[in-house]
Write a protein that binds this ligand. Structure first.
Ligand code: GLV
Ligand code: MN
Ligand code: MN
Ligand code: MN
Length: 428
């Protein structure tokens, strides 16, 4: 009875695209900023509402739901050979301040809909299929990106760090987690780690966050690699003082040191000579933050990435040298230069990219191989499982802003490709 049954009636593969769009819109209402922007921060009230919304949808789709200590949410559809390593798919549902409603969410709600598509077809998975909604892909609250997937990938360093991590309000990670219902997110978090081989494959559906697919009119991007991200925290300290009374020669202005470093970041990135090197100072805070007070402290957070890890590392080294030189020249103290993360790039697994390409061919969807310049939970899942990503076009490549948009048709295409990719992997 249990013969592998690949969906051969592809024409009957139907996505409830309007329902999916309604769900995306509804999830977007769990936000701490006004529409069309979305702000959903880890373990906030809105994050908890989003969590129950997602768990409800998983249950409605007949998935058995479980959560780990930090709130990564898993929904499982048992295969007829349940002892085999399952195929996992999913993404994140947190949203950085004043961002949009598609980043991450398409890969969570789309994954649940892909399961629905397969169920409606009468497909029977051999390997179990699981949907995951990751905890905090975005670094907003604790400065740590891909928090849930980093732990799943077995980061001992992160498990240790989280014991003493606090947010900007001095709320500890474990207290924040507890307030969201995860009272066990304290002490030894190694229980979250996945053993290598726990999953046969991991696939993430995501908006491209770049302009290529839309510009070229291509329906699907098959991701071959994810660029290497890094982030750095820097603090300069000076004496501060009165903006009128302290004369210019007397000053050691921490704010100007930060301004100079921000320009140095841009210079070092451009000097790499490659269009693939990028750097951003996304956070710049001055203390005490009064118009008539010389900044006595300046804090910057720097994001830099490249598809070439060593070139990215060279940029980090140059930024460090500049920070030291600027501190010396401006007679301020470089009281912090912390490389928060310095991750290597990740490669997709050929077995998954092949399955996705085949799915595109069967569905008559145009597709192209591409790299991901944004990072994703896939970057870390690749450490414990073969990994692949499916991109769909988004309006002008916009992301991390309210104008983020993908059409219902493009989302439905992504869900179809995901469904077929999952079906193939489940049967292999
Ligand atoms: C993830 O949101 C990223 O910054 O790439
Ligand atoms: Mn994002
Ligand atoms: Mn994302
Ligand atoms: Mn992201």
């Amino acid at each position: 009875i249990h013969e592998p049954k690949y969906p051969n009636s592809l024409s009957s593969l139907s996505v409830n695209a309007d329902t999916l769009q309604k769900q995306i819109d509804e999830l977007a209402t769990f936000s701490d900023s006004p529409a069309p922007s979305v702000t959903r921060i880890l373990y906030s009230e809105k994050d908890v509402l989003a969590r129950s919304y997602i768990k409800d949808l998983m249950e409605l789709s007949g998935l058995s739901v479980r959560e780990d200590a930090v709130g990564n949410i898993f929904g499982r559809w048992n295969g007829y050979e349940p002892e085999l390593a399952p195929v996992l798919t999913g993404s994140h549902f947190d949203a950085i301040p004043y961002s949009g409603k598609y980043d991450g969410v398409v890969g969570v709600l789309g994954a649940i809909e892909a399961i629905n598509v397969l169920k409606r077809l009468g497909f029977k998975p051999k390997r179990s299929l699981e949907v995951i909604a990751f905890t905090s892909e975005e670094p907003t609250r604790f400065g740590i990106s891909c928090l849930g997937s980093r732990l799943l990938a077995g980061s001992v360093q992160l498990a240790e760090l989280l014991k003493k991590t606090v947010d900007s309000q001095n709320i500890s990670f474990s207290d924040a987690a507890k307030s969201a219902g995860y009272a066990n997110a304290k002490g030894d978090l190694s229980e979250v780690f996945l053993k290598k081989g726990s999953y046969f494959a991991f696939v993430e559906l995501h908006i491209e966050q770049g302009p290529i697919l839309e510009k070229e009119g291509t329906s699907i991007g098959v991701v071959t690699a994810i660029a290497a991200p890094a982030s750095i925290k820097v603090t300069f300290e000076g004496n501060g003082g009165h903006a009128g009374a302290a004369l210019m020669p007397e000053r050691n202005d921490a704010g100007l040191a930060a301004a100079e470093l921000a320009l140095a970041v841009e210079k070092h990135v451009l000097d790499s000579g490659s269009i693939d090197t990028v750097g951003t100072v996304g956070i710049l805070k001055l203390h005490p933050g009064a118009i008539n007070s010389i900044p006595s402290m300046a804090h910057l957070e720097i994001d830099t990435r490249d598809i070439d890890e060593s070139r990215r590392n060279l940029v980090i080294e140059k930024i460090h040298q500049s920070a030291l030189a600027i501190a010396k020249k401006r007679k301020v103290i470089l009281s912090e230069f912390e490389i928060v993360n310095q991750d290597p790039p990740a490669l997709s697994d050929e077995s998954i990219t092949k399955a996705t390409e085949l799915a595109c061919q069967e569905l008559n969807l145009t597709h192209k191989k591409m790299i991901s310049r944004a990072y994703h939970d896939s970057l870390f899942m690749a450490r414990v499982s073969p990994m692949g990503m499916i991109f769909i076009p988004c309006y002008k490549g916009y992301s991390h802003k309210p104008e983020e948009f993908s059409s219902v048709v493009d989302i439905a295409n992504g869900v179809k490709v995901l469904a077929l990719t999952l079906a193939k992997l489940s049967l292999s």
